[in-house]
Design a protein around this ligand. Structure first.
Ligand code: HAM
Length: 394
């Protein structure tokens, strides 16, 4: 019989990897909250129409990467899709829950799994995890970014048209549907042609120009290092004005750790008021790959404070009573459940890196004491059982 494995592009997170996950998740939560963002959780799936409308019909995600359950597979329901990103769901929830009425400017963050049907490779998974923030309803007025986009679109088309026969098949199609995406093509011919495309910043309208200049000035003044990339394209139609990515050299082809940008039209497009917004998301699996390559000391897995060993199996119920009492008092404690020898029980305690071992034998039962060994210093003490259990101290 064929062995059933974990689905392609997904993986199990085993107990020894959990400390690193917790460390990364706790760190992003702490940092986001320090910046005044509050956590929001939305469903794992949404109506497909949300992503079609927000991300755009010509995007790779909507065209070929969504896990969609059509109407026939979800009787009586509209088509639903496992969330491939979280900006659209957050805007949906912001509007549906009337958040702009409560407080127009909302700073929200999330951390959870997403799903994209992609060709798996290092740092590219079909299920992956993002931690991201969305600052919604910023008071910046809605700028007509499309005007300058139109001008730049025309310029790009004029530049690329004579090269059309040399562009790859994908880009020939993109030329009509969404010419900006040609700038992002990774095939050598297209890269060579793209090298000399006219820079976008000459085509900005006055409002976008001022916005861009102010942003650059702020980055410079705060000493933030950045580079300007005239080829950067992000695969979502909702962006307006600024887009950005943070990359890490250890990641290979999929080198983006984080991506984001401004989406001043999306709230209105999803039926809300005309309010600007900006956000970004960090890929946690890629963050962990980068951390591993940077040789950063990983957090230790949790270990029990106390391991209770028995000289004879007949004392196991006593050991069970002790670990239960300690656990109820908030102390992590464990014991052997498989009838192992005393030596082997100590070996288990060692493997678990337990801080203390309590041993119970005939002697201790008679004297109503416990033998407590500090596994780091090696010192042994005898304590009165009932006193220790009513007020454990180490
Ligand atoms: P994105 O660039 O598609 O943006 O994803 C953000 C980050 O998620 C990437 O930089 C990468 O680290 C990680 N990521 C994306 N796809 C995969 C994958 N298949 N496997 C592993 N990691 C992946 C967004 O999703 C936007 N919603 C970000 C945003 C928020 N824009 C405005 N607000």
């Amino acid at each position: 019989m064929k062995e059933i494995k974990v689905p392609t592009g997904t993986s199990d997170i085993l107990p020894e990897q959990i400390p690193l996950w917790r460390y990364v998740e706790d760190t992003v939560r702490t940092v986001f909250e320090r910046y005044g963002y509050s956590e929001i959780r939305t469903p794992i799936f949404e109506y497909t129409a949300l992503f079609n409308r927000a991300i755009g019909d010509t995007s790779d995600i909507v065209e070929k990467e969504m896990y969609t359950f059509n109407k026939s597979e979800t009787p009586g329901e509209d088509s639903v899709t496992l969330r491939p990103e979280l900006t659209a769901p957050i805007v949906r929830s912001y509007l549906e829950n009337n958040l702009p009425k409560i407080k127009q400017f909302q700073k929200l963050y999330y951390c959870g799994p997403l799903f994209r049907y992609e060709r798996p490779q290092k740092g590219r998974r079909r299920q992956f995890t993002q931690a991201g923030v969305e600052a919604l309803g910023s008071t910046s007025y809605l700028l007509d970014a499309d005007k300058c986009r139109d001008a730049y679109r025309d310029t790009l088309k004029k530049y690329l048209e004579p090269h059309l026969p040399q562009l790859c098949g994908n880009c020939q199609r993109r030329f009509q549907r969404n010419v900006f995406r040609i700038l992002d093509c990774k095939t050598p011919n297209c890269i060579a042609i793209n090298k000399d495309v006219p820079a976008f910043d000459k085509y900005l309208c006055a409002d976008c120009r001022a916005h861009f200049d102010n942003l650059i000035k702020t980055l410079d003044e705060s000493g933030m290092k950045y580079g300007l990339d005239k080829h950067l394209v992000r695969g979502f139609d909702y962006y307006t004005k600024t887009i950005f990515e943070i990359t890490h050299s250890s990641l290979g082809a999929q080198d983006a750790l984080c991506g984001g940008g401004r989406y001043d039209d999306l709230i209105a497009e999803l039926g809300g008021p005309s309010l600007g917004a900006v956000g970004f998301a960090i890929g946690l699996e890629r963050t962990m790959l980068a951390l591993e390559s940077a040789d950063i000391k990983m957090p230790e897995p949790p270990r029990p404070k106390v391991f209770v060993a028995v000289i004879d199996q007949k004392f196991s119920p006593k050991a069970f009573h002790i670990i239960t009492t300690l656990r109820q008092k908030g102390i992590s404690a464990d014991m052997d459940y498989e009838g192992k020898s005393v030596k082997s029980q100590f070996r288990t305690a060692d493997k678990l890196k337990s801080e203390f071992v309590i041993t119970i034998g005939e002697d201790e039962i008679t004297k109503q004491t416990l033998k407590l060994k500090n596994m780091v210093s090696g010192t042994e003490t005898e304590v009165n059982e009932s006193e220790f259990l009513s007020k454990p101290s180490f």
